[in-house]
Design a protein around this ligand. Structure first.
Ligand code: DHB
Length: 392
């Protein structure tokens, strides 16, 4: 198979890139080791920045997000038993959309299929070669047939356990890690909405997040030990943990049967530069953020936008300038998001072993945000997504 851009990974990053390239007449082939069904059924986060929504709609992927997603003009920060609303629209004139990542994937996969895109799910034995020259991808397809893809460029959009990333020589990259002493216990529950907007709650019993999915299914999380075993948590134990963290002062969570439960790991990771020869990394393959603030998918889509501009400009004019600045342009936002996710995490979670000083200082931090228009505006701008400009 000969193509212009070979893409490893058919998650939102890989499919969005393939879609944008196709619109400009640039060929790509996407290979993915998971089945379409498996990706479709993996529960992920649910908040889209306005820039992500605009790209989905304006590039013609789908406008379903506008019809079926919920626009949220703010969030609530809850601490000391009181709720404080951060009004995004009022503070920065922007909103976010509650629209699950699985729906983003479904829209992209359907669009690529309708447009005749070459996306191979359920492949095995993938290896990549000649990253510094004309990259090649070897794989075996779902029917057991072996292929070689020859391409001008290879894009590693193959997730946090990226095979592509691991081919970059140690001497050619720097990696940054940060571990956190907790994780999230996430559930899907059959219950009506407890609130119109998301609630990020800090309490002496730890953090909780009340999010939503539909009229009848809700998504919620509470801070837990990274080694927590979901089998030891029945519904009553789960709800009693949520009650301790969010109920009070007239607010009561609506409860119901727990449909799914899982532990989400917490870590921050960045691999730089996001390019090696003709290999470009995008999304989780290059960076992971903790879930607080839901930046993962949004960052991946931003990477793809930057990378698309570079590839489009190269094929249109022969100039490599935007490909050469891809890593710097993407990392500018990656580090902003790393800081924002870390900040929201540290401001809202309880560190095991925290003393009275730590607790009082944290409340001081929360008060300094919600009592200041500037503090709230910083949160609102980061949460809804920084404006994209040509920083370089
Ligand atoms: C969701 C996940 C997040 O990490 C977040 O910050 C907000 C919402 C969600 O799954 O709905």
């Amino acid at each position: 198979i000969t193509t212009q851009v070979a893409i490893m990974g058919a998650g939102p990053a890989g499919l969005m890139l393939s879609h944008l390239l196709a619109k400009q007449g640039i060929e790509s082939v996407v290979v993915e080791i998971r089945s379409r069904k498996e990706i479709q059924e993996t529960v992920r986060a649910g908040i889209l920045e306005h820039g992500t929504v605009n790209l989905l709609v304006d590039s013609g992927v789908s406008d379903r997000v506008l019809r079926e997603g919920d626009r949220h003009d703010g969030i609530e920060l809850r601490f000391n038993g009181e709720s404080h609303r951060i009004d995004f629209k009022d503070l920065v004139g922007e909103s976010v959309w509650l629209y699950p990542q699985t729906d983003v994937f479904a829209d992209l996969a359907a669009r690529r299929e309708t447009d005749g895109g070459d996306v191979r799910y359920s492949v095995t034995d993938t290896t990549v070669h000649d990253l510094e020259g004309k990259p090649k991808v070897w794989f075996t397809d779902a029917d057991g047939q072996e292929f070689e893809i020859q391409s001008d460029f290879l894009v590693g959009a193959d997730g946090s356990r990226s095979h592509c990333r691991r081919q970059v020589p140690e001497t050619a990259r720097t990696q940054y890690f940060h571990e956190y002493p907790f994780a999230w216990f996430g559930i899907l529950a059959e219950a009506p909405r407890s609130a119109d907007e998301l609630i990020y709650a800090n309490s002496q019993h730890g953090f909780a997040l009340i999010s939503q999915r539909t009229e009848t299914v809700q998504r919620m999380y509470f801070q837990c030990d990274p080694k927590e075993n979901v089998a030891e948590w029945d519904d009553e134990r789960i709800w009693s943990e949520f009650r301790k963290r969010v109920n009070g002062n007239g607010f009561e969570l609506k409860e119901g049967p727990v449909l799914e439960k899982m532990v989400l790991p917490f870590r921050s990771f960045v691999h730089t530069p996001m390019r090696h020869g003709n290999l470009f990394l995008a999304g989780d393959a290059a960076h992971t953020v903790p879930p607080t603030g839901a930046k993962g998918l949004n960052l991946a889509i931003h990477d793809v936008k930057m990378l698309f501009e570079g590839l489009d400009s190269f094929y249109a004019t022969g100039s490599t300038a935007l490909l050469d600045s891809y890593s710097d342009r993407a990392l500018d936002r990656v580090w902003k998001a790393q800081h924002f996710s870390y900040w929201m995490t540290s401001m809202l979670h309880t560190v095991p072993g925290a003393d009275d000083f730590d607790r009082a200082r944290q409340l001081g931090e929360l008060h300094s945000v919600v009592s200041s228009k500037h503090g709230m505006a910083y949160l609102a701008e980061s949460y809804t997504g920084w404006p994209t400009g040509n920083q370089f």
